[in-house]
Design a protein around this ligand. Structure first.
Ligand code: DGY
Length: 325
């Protein structure tokens, strides 16, 4: 195929080279060079006329963008498992296939959820700060007391792949009992961790640790708000590696400052990035990471390969190996 007749693909950020190489075999690929995402105007301008778009969760893909890109657009793939930044219905109406990169980031994200849970439960950031700032004066019988983990109850909100991977880790490593919410009972959760399918209220009232893994949708936006925090146990550690908007952040701040819950570990916030002056950032009992759930070498490389293969399939009019609907 001559370079002129190759389809054009715009990739909105540098991703691992392997995926780009694969795309370059079949398409003329433009990669946004900045460390920061393209702003809206830049995105609209660079995407215009493309047949494929490889986007990130920081890029809003809506009807306006799809129309601006033009009717030749065949496929959009998000370099993420989540795709709440894409108006899937708008894409489908225009005959554009939409894909994502599931599975390959399950372990990395579950590992981070467990890391945040442990760090928040054992007050690790406070402990590290104490050492760094010269505040470690002596061995303290009553200093930096955290909460125990073994044999406690873990509540998983959203028992998908990542939720199950977290449950398996906490069940195998810390003998935790598992409660979970999901649209329907998951036999694999029952088999692998003895998980019990319950409603949200039951989960909130009976869990010692709560980990959020549901996708962001109209149904889940603000799902954990003041009434939900009021139902939680006072020693609860809440972890969120899904999407910040699932939690009502002012309600979380209140629950933490009024000690209605023990601690939180967040990989996702509203907004992202969370400004350093945000009150949650200064709270010792809130551990915040900058959305690094999938940030492991293998995961990111495999995400790049899945995204490339999705785009190539879409360009060729074939069903995407990892399509969203
Ligand atoms: C996802 O994949 O949805 C994560 O949030 C980013 O890796």
């Amino acid at each position: 195929m001559s370079p002129q007749s190759r389809p054009r693909v715009f990739v909105t950020r540098q991703i691992p080279e392997k995926g780009l190489e694969c795309l370059r075999q079949v398409a003329k690929v433009e990669v946004w060079p900045g460390d920061m995402p393209p702003n809206r105007d830049e995105l609209l301008r660079h995407a215009e006329g493309c047949q494929g778009l490889l986007t990130l969760l920081s890029d809003r893909v809506d009807g306006e963008l799809l129309d601006q890109v033009g009717p030749q657009l065949r496929v959009v793939c998000n370099y993420a498992v989540g795709f709440n930044n894409i108006d899937v219905a708008a894409a489908q109406q225009r005959g554009v296939a939409v894909g994502n990169t599931p599975d390959v980031l399950t372990d990395a994200t579950a590992d981070l959820a467990v890391t945040l849970l442990l760090a928040a439960a054992r007050r690790l950031p406070e402990a590290i700060d104490q050492v760094r700032h010269g505040d470690w004066k002596t061995w303290e019988p009553l200093g930096l007391i955290g909460v125990d983990l073994t044999g406690k109850t873990l509540g998983i909100i959203g028992m998908g792949r990542i939720g199950l991977a977290v449950a398996c880790r906490m069940h195998a490593g810390w003998s935790m009992d598992v409660l979970y919410t999901a649209r329907s009972p998951k036999p694999e959760a029952n088999q692998q961790v003895g998980g019990r399918h319950v409603d949200l209220d039951t989960l909130l009232a009976n869990s010692d640790f709560i980990s959020v893994h549901c996708p962001l949708s109209d149904e889940t936006r603000g799902m954990l708000d003041a009434p939900q925090f009021a139902q939680m146990r006072s020693h609860v550690v809440l972890v969120n590696t899904a999407r910040g908007e699932v939690i009502d952040q002012p309600a979380l701040l209140k629950a933490l400052t009024e000690k209605k819950i023990f601690a939180a570990g967040l990989d996702v916030t509203t907004p992202e990035p969370l400004p350093p002056e945000h009150p949650l950032v200064g709270l010792p009992q809130c551990v915040i990471a900058p959305h690094i759930g999938s940030a492991s070498r293998d995961s990111r490389e495999q995400m790049a390969m899945i995204a490339a293969n999705n785009i190539i399939a879409g360009l060729n009019g074939r069903p995407l190996p990892h399509a969203v609907s």
